[in-house]
Design a protein around this ligand. Structure first.
Ligand SMILES: [Fe+2]
Length: 192
């Protein structure tokens, strides 16, 4: 399988103005790499997965910054605020996708995935499973781990233990579970 990185770079450029908050640009880049790894081994349609992962968090741009930390993370969250980022994200994604060559039937599925990527615990297609798993894998990457431990103000040792527990519940695919465990191994000095 080959990926038309130029095509996805173009979409990434369209998304960037909407990814300036919440470390979302680096978050999206890391998720994109995980999505590629999952697609390579599991199959799935890159024409759905790649645009969905690039655009999945553009909706945070529609949520006031001071409300962000109320709406995600390991502690109790405000589900209404989280919902705004999904609904607004799907609207922004639909507008951006119209400026691209992504097929109309795919655009609908991409926006459906974005519209429920956090709040729904179900995934009805392989593409949706890959997007959701790639999104969560960010937290297990060394860079994502450091960003989250700091913004959630959790001790790194404690946070690493929490993530270890989450692996078996959070992911749809066994491959994502394997990758998550390997990523956590890279965090050799969680106390730093
Ligand atoms: Fe995300």
């Amino acid at each position: 399988m080959s990926y038309d990185d130029d095509k996805w770079n173009e979409l990434f450029e369209l998304a960037k103005p909407y990814l300036t908050v919440r470390h979302n640009q680096v978050h999206t880049e890391i998720c994109y790499n995980f999505a590629q790894q999952l697609l390579e081994k599991l199959g799935g349609d890159p024409e759905i997965v790649m645009p969905a992962i690039i655009l999945h968090d553009v909706g945070w741009s529609a949520v006031p910054t001071e409300q962000h930390l109320l709406a995600f993370g390991p502690r109790k969250i405000d589900e209404n605020i989280r919902r705004i980022h999904e609904v607004e994200g799907a609207k922004i994604a639909a507008r951006l996708l119209k400026q691209t060559s992504v097929k109309e039937e795919n655009r609908l599925e991409i926006c459906r995935i974005i519209e429920s990527h956090d709040s729904s615990e179900k995934a009805i297609s392989l593409e949706e499973k890959i997007v959701k798993d790639a999104d969560k894998l960010f937290r297990f990457s060394p860079e994502g781990f450091s960003i989250d431990a700091e913004r959630f103000a959790i001790e790194r040792v404690e946070y690493r233990k929490m993530l270890q527990q989450f692996i078996k519940h959070w992911f749809f695919t066994d491959l994502a579970k394997e990758i998550a465990a390997k990523e956590l191994q890279k965090i050799k000095n969680p106390q730093l």
